[in-house]
Design a protein around this ligand. Structure first.
Ligand SMILES: NC(=O)c1ccc[n+]([C@@H]2O[C@H](COP(=O)([O-])OP(=O)(O)OC[C@H]3O[C@@H](n4cnc5c(N)ncnc54)[C@H](OP(=O)(O)O)[C@@H]3O)[C@@H](O)[C@H]2O)c1
Length: 274
C-alpha cells in the first residue's frame, strides 16, 4: 500500500510509521507540510500520489485549543478540509482520525458511531467540524474516533502522571471525567486495517473498559512503583469542562468481527514497559 502520513512526529504518526513499516510510506511532519496551508497540502498529496492518506496531524491539547480557538479551527477543521480536498483531487482514500470529545458525554453509557455528536469544548467542536468537512468533501473516507491516546512512556496521560509524581510528589487528576486509554501502537494497525478494508464510514476504535482520571493515575503509579498523592480535580475547574463520560463503544468494528483493542489497564502496563 502506498500511504502518506500527516503529523508524522506525533504519538500516532510515529506508531503509524511502525505499523506500516512494510508499506510504501511518505511520512510528513509539520515542517514538511503545514496542513493549514491548502496549496502545500494539495502539492504534497499530488506529488506523492498515495493510495491512502492517514491524517494524524491535529491540535490535541484541550487547554491549548481553548486558549487559541482560531488555531484549533485552522488545524482541526480547515486542515482536515484541505487534506480531504487534496485526496479528492488525487483519487486517494482518507483515514481521518477524530476523538471521543465530539460527544458531550452526558449519556452515562459508552457511545456508538450512531450517537449524535454534541461537543462541549473547542477541541471537540473543531474536531467535529473537521469530520463534517471530510464527509462533505470526499466519498472515499474513513473517520476513526479514538480516546486518551498514549504513545511512548513519557508522552500522553501516562507521561503526565509520571512527570507530576516525580516533580511534585502529587498528581492532579480528574475524578469526574472518564475515558479509555488507547495505545497508539494498538490503534495504528487498526487504522491500517480500516484503510485496507476501505468501507467508507465512521468507526470507533479505543481501548477496552474505562476509568476516571483518578483511577488511571492510581494504576500508573502502582505499575510504575511510584508513591504520590492523587488529588482529585473536578471538571468544573477546567477552562472548558471536558465531557464527563466520553467513552466509546466500538460497535461497528465489533459487528464487523474485528477484535477489541486491548483493555486500558493492559495499555498502562505496556506503555510503562515501552
Ligand atoms: N492525544 C489524544 O489523547 C487523542 C485522543 C483522541 C483522538 N486523538 C486524535 O488522534 C490524532 C493523533 O493525535 P496524537 O496524540 O498523535 O497528537 P500529537 O502527538 O499531538 O501529534 C499531532 C501532530 O500534529 C502536528 N501538527 C500540529 N499542527 C500541524 C499543522 N498545522 N500542520 C502539520 N502538522 C501539525 C504536530 O506537530 P508539532 O509536533 O510540530 O506540533 C504533531 O506532530 C489526532 O487526530 C487527534 O485529534 C488524540
Amino acid at each position: 500500500m502506498r500511504a502518506l502520513i500527516t503529523g508524522a512526529d506525533g504519538q500516532l504518526g510515529r506508531a503509524l510509521q511502525d505499523a506500516l513499516a512494510d508499506d510504501d510510506v511518505v511520512a510528513l511532519r509539520r515542517a514538511d507540510c503545514d496542513v493549514t496551508h491548502e496549496p502545500s497540502v494539495v502539492a504534497a498529496v499530488l506529488d506523492h500520489a498515495p493510495e491512502v492518506v492517514l491524517h494524524a496531524a491535529a491540535l490535541t491539547d484541550p487547554e491549548a485549543c481553548a486558549a487559541d480557538p482560531d488555531a484549533a479551527w485552522q488545524v482541526n477543521a480547515l486542515g482536515a478540509w484541505w487534506v480531504a480536498r487534496a485526496c479528492a483531487l488525487a483519487g486517494a482514500r482518507l483515514v481521518h482520525v477524530s476523538t471521543a470529545e465530539v460527544f458531550d458525554g452526558w449519556a452515562g453509557r459508552p457511545l456508538t458511531e450512531f450517537d449524535p455528536p454534541r461537543p462541549l469544548t473547542t477541541l471537540g467542536r473543531t474536531k467535529e467540524a473537521g469530520e463534517q468537512l471530510v464527509r462533505q468533501s470526499l466519498a472515499d473516507h474513513c473517520i476513526v474516533r479514538t480516546s486518551w491516546l498514549q504513545g511512548d512512556r513519557e508522552q500522553g496521560p501516562v507521561g503526565a502522571v509520571l512527570r507530576q509524581a516525580r516533580e511534585h510528589g502529587t498528581v492532579e487528576a480528574d475524578d469526574d471525567v472518564s475515558g479509555a486509554l488507547t495505545l497508539a501502537a494498538d490503534l495504528a494497525p487498526a487504522l491500517r486495517q480500516v484503510a485496507v478494508a476501505g468501507r467508507a464510514g465512521t468507526y470507533h476504535r479505543s481501548g477496552a473498559g474505562h476509568a476516571t482520571g483518578v483511577e488511571l493515575a492510581h494504576a500508573v503509579l502502582a505499575h510504575a512503583g511510584l508513591t504520590a498523592t492523587v488529588t482529585p480535580r473536578p471538571r468544573a475547574e477546567l477552562a472548558e469542562p471536558a465531557p464527563p463520560f466520553a467513552v466509546l463503544d466500538d460497535r461497528l468494528p465489533r459487528l464487523l468481527g474485528l477484535p477489541p483493542l486491548p483493555h486500558w489497564r493492559d495499555a498502562v502496563r505496556r506503555a510503562l514497559e515501552a
